[in-house]
Design a protein around this ligand. Structure first.
Ligand SMILES: Nc1nc2c(ncn2[C@@H]2O[C@H](COP(=O)(O)OP(=O)(O)OP(=O)(O)O)[C@@H](O)[C@H]2O)c(=O)[nH]1
Length: 608
C-alpha cells in the first residue's frame, strides 16, 4: 500500500460523497475507488480487506470506515459515507455538510428512484457541486441514453455530460476520479482562526471508546490539546487524531478541509453528537458551525421481554445500544398485560426495526413490541395540552377539544402503469394529492401529504406488492394536522387490555375493532366460560366476538383410580398455564400477544 500523503494544503483536498438510491451500487463503486487509488491492493481487496471487515463485524467493533482518504494524482480525495435512509436524513445532511461535491449515482437499468431525488435535493440545499454518473452500464438491461435524459431533465445538464461507469468492471472510474479533482471545489477555511470541526458521525467502538468523525472547517485539531464539544461545553483529553485510509492512521493533527477521526475520553455518543462542533479548549471558537439539531423521535413503541425475568437484561441491552445510537430514547413502562418493559422512541420504522433486531440478535432477547404509535397532541377544553406517545396515556373521552397528528410529505416514484393503484392506496390512507411530475414518458413522481400514523403500518409493503416492487417511497416530516381521532380499547370479559389499545381515525375505528376482535377470537383458546371480546370507544362498544365456553376435562382419559397419573396431568396443565398471562379471569397465551401485535409491516431496508 502506498504511503498516504499527509497533505494539509487545502488546495489539493477534494471532499465528496456518493448519493444513490439503495442498490444502485454505491458500495461497489467505492470498492473500485479504493482499489484504483491503491488504498487497498488488488489481491487483498477480497481476500483480506473484506474478510477483516467480517471479523470486525463479528466482534462488534467499528464496521465501516465513514470517511476514507484516497490519494489520487497529487490530490487527496476524502470520500464520506452517507446513511441512505429517510430515518437518518438529519445525519445525511450533516455528512453532506462535510463535503463540497456529490456524485449522484444512478443505476442505468433502473433510472431515478425516490431516494435518488431525496438525496439530490439535500445535496443541492447544501450547495454541493453535483457530478451525475450512470452506473452499471455493463448490464444488458442498461438504458444509458434514456436515464441520462431523465437526469438531465432533473438537474439541467447536457445528457452527454453524464459520465458512464461500471462499479463492477471498473470502466470509467478513473475518469470519474479525474472529474472530481477537476470540478469539485477545494475546501476553504481560515487556518489561523480557532479550530472548528463538524462532527458528521460518531460511533462507539468496544475497544477504543467513542470514535468521532470530523471535517475541519477552520483552524487545526491537534492531539496535544484538550478538545471541547461546543453544544455541551464539555472538554475532554484528545487521545488520538488521524485519517482513515482505509485503516486508521494516527496523525499529529487535522487542518483546514481535512477529514478524519478524533478519539477523546467521551463515554457515549450522546456527548459527541452528529452535527455538533468540536473546538480546542485552549482557544475555543466563539461560534459553533450552524445547524446542530437533537434528533427527535417520530415513532414510539413499547418493548417487553417475553420472559419477564429478562427485564434486567433488556435494560442493560438498551443501555449498551445507547452508547452507539444517539437517537434512541427509552423509559420504563408497565403494562397490565405485558408486565415490565420500556417505551422507546425511534426516528422512524426502519430505526425501530434495526433496534429491535439488534436487541434480539446481539443480546439474545425474545421481545414483544406493541403497535408503533406516532406523537399525538391533544388539546383539552380547559386549555390543557397532552403529548401522547402511548395510547394508554390518551385522555379519557369527553373533554377533548382538538387532536393533532403528524403528517409527512411523501414522494412515490413509479412506472406510469401503477398510478391508479398508488392513488387508491394513498387515498385510502387519508392522503391528499399534491401533484404529479413526469420524469420521462413512462415514469412519474407522485406527491402526497399523508398522516405519518397511516404510513407506519404496512404502507410500504402494500406499495411494493401493488407495484411488484417497482415503486419507491421517500418522505419528510411536514408538520401536523387536526384530525378526528379516537382511542379504541379492546376488552376481554369487560377488562381493557392496554397492549391492544390504539389511536385511529374515527372512520377506521370500526375496522380496527373488527380486525382485532376477530384476530383474538382465533388466537385465544376457549376457556371454561364464555369470554366476550369487545372493541370500544370509551363506553361505546363498536365490535364484539365471543369465545365459547369449553370445559376441557383433562381427567377424562384417566379411567380407573390411578391417582399419580391424575396428579401428573394436573401438574402438566399448571406448567402450561405459567406461559399464560391472566387478564381478569381470562388466560391468554403469550403467542396470542405476539401474533395479535404483529402487523407484518417492514420499512425499506438498507443492506448495510
Ligand atoms: N452489473 C453490475 N452490477 C453492479 C454494479 N455495481 C453494483 N452492482 C451490483 O448491484 C448490487 C448493489 O450494489 P451495492 O454496491 O451493494 O449497492 P449500494 O448502493 O451500496 O447499496 P446500499 O448500500 O444498500 O445502498 C450488488 O449486487 C452489486 O454487485 C455494476 O456496475 N454492474
Amino acid at each position: 500500500m502506498p504511503p498516504v500523503p499527509n497533505h494539509t494544503d487545502p488546495a489539493v483536498i477534494r471532499n465528496f460523497c456518493i448519493i444513490a438510491h439503495i442498490d444502485h451500487g454505491k458500495s461497489t463503486l467505492a470498492d473500485r475507488m479504493l482499489q484504483l487509488t491503491g488504498v487497498v491492493d488488488d489481491r487483498s481487496m477480497r481476500a483480506q480487506y473484506l474478510d477483516k471487515m467480517d471479523i470486525e463485524r463479528e466482534r462488534g467493533i467499528t464496521i465501516k470506515s465513514q470517511a476514507v482518504r484516497l490519494p489520487w494524482k497529487d490530490h487527496v480525495l476524502n470520500m464520506i459515507d452517507t446513511p441512505g435512509h429517510v430515518d437518518f436524513s438529519y445525519e445525511v445532511s450533516r455528512s453532506l455538510a462535510a463535503c463540497e461535491g456529490a456524485i449522484l449515482l444512478v443505476d442505468a437499468a433502473q433510472g431515478i428512484e425516490a431516494q435518488t431525488l431525496a438525496n439530490l435535493y439535500m445535496a443541492m440545499e447544501a450547495d454541493l457541486h453535483i457530478i451525475p454518473v450512470l452506473n452499471k452500464i455493463d448490464l444488458p438491461a442498461a438504458q444509458p441514453e434514456k436515464v441520462a435524459e431523465e437526469i438531465s431533465g432533473l438537474i439541467g445538464c447536457d445528457p452527454a455530460e453524464v459520465l458512464r461507469v461500471s462499479g463492477k468492471t471498473g470502466v470509467g472510474v478513473a475518469e470519474l476520479l479525474d472529474k472530481i479533482v477537476a470540478e469539485v471545489p477545494a475546501p476553504v477555511g481560515d487556518a489561523n482562526a480557532p479550530a472548528r470541526a463538524l462532527i458528521f458521525d460518531s460511533v462507539y467502538d468496544t475497544y477504543r471508546g467513542v470514535v468521532t468523525y470530523v471535517r475541519v472547517v477552520d483552524g487545526r485539531i491537534t492531539r496535544r490539546e484538550k478538545s471541547l464539544m461546543m453544544s455541551t461545553g464539555s472538554a475532554h483529553d484528545t487521545l488520538e487524531v488521524g485519517v482513515i485510509s482505509p485503516d486508521p492512521i494516527s496523525t499529529e493533527g487535522l487542518g483546514v478541509g481535512e477529514v478524519g477521526y478524533l478519539i477523546s475520553g467521551v463515554k457515549d455518543v450522546r456527548q459527541a453528537r452528529v452535527g455538533d462542533t468540536v473546538t480546542m479548549a485552549s482557544k475555543p471558537a466563539p461560534e459553533a458551525l450552524g445547524g446542530y439539531d437533537t434528533p427527535k423521535p417520530m415513532v414510539y413503541s413499547g418493548l417487553y421481554p417475553i420472559d419477564g425475568d429478562d427485564y434486567p437484561l433488556l435494560r442493560d441491552a438498551l443501555d449498551k445500544l445507547r452508547l452507539n445510537d444517539a437517537a434512541l430514547v427509552y423509559e420504563p413502562e408497565t403494562s397490565l398485560a405485558l408486565g415490565f418493559g420500556y417505551r422507546c422512541g425511534f426516528l422512524g420504522l426502519l430505526h425501530m426495526e434495526i433496534v429491535r433486531e439488534r436487541l434480539e440478535r446481539e443480546f439474545n432477547l425474545a421481545l414483544i413490541s406493541t403497535a408503533p404509535s406516532v406523537i399525538y397532541r391533544v388539546e383539552m377544553e380547559n386549555g390543557q395540552e397532552h403529548v401522547v406517545t402511548n395510547p394508554s396515556e390518551y385522555p379519557a373521552d369527553g373533554k377533548i377539544a382538538h387532536v393533532y397528528e403528524p403528517v409527512v410529505r411523501a414522494t412515490v416514484l413509479t412506472p406510469t402503469e401503477f398510478i391508479g393503484t398508488i392513488m387508491e392506496l394513498c387515498q385510502g390512507r387519508r392522503g391528499v394529492l399534491l401533484g404529479m411530475d413526469y420524469l420521462s414518458e413512462d415514469r412519474v413522481e407522485i406527491k402526497y401529504t399523508l398522516p405519518l400514523g397511516e404510513i407506519i403500518f404496512d404502507f410500504f409493503d402494500q406499495l411494493k406488492s401493488r407495484t411488484r416492487g417497482y415503486a419507491s417511497l421517500d418522505y419528510d416530516p411536514a408538520g401536523e394536522q387536526e384530525s378526528k381521532l379516537v382511542k379504541v380499547d379492546i376488552l376481554l370479559q369487560g377488562e381493557s387490555v392496554d397492549a391492544f389499545s390504539q389511536i385511529v381515525h374515527a372512520d377506521k375505528a370500526r375496522d380496527y375493532g373488527l380486525m382485532m376482535t376477530t384476530k383474538l377470537k382465533e388466537l385465544i383458546p376457549r376457556q371454561q366460560y364464555e369470554v366476550p371480546i369487545q372493541a370500544a370507544i370509551g363506553a361505546r362498544v363498536i365490535a364484539r366476538e365471543n369465545i365459547r365456553a369449553i370445559r376441557k376435562d383433562v381427567l377424562a382419559k384417566c379411567y380407573g383410580g390411578d391417582i399419580s397419573r391424575k396428579r401428573k396431568l394436573l401438574e402438566k396443565q399448571k406448567e402450561g398455564k405459567k406461559k399464560m398471562k391472566t387478564i381478569g379471569r381470562v388466560d391468554v397465551p403469550q403467542e396470542a400477544f405476539v401474533a395479535a401485535l404483529s402487523t407484518g409491516s417492514s420499512a425499506d431496508k438498507p443492506k448495510k
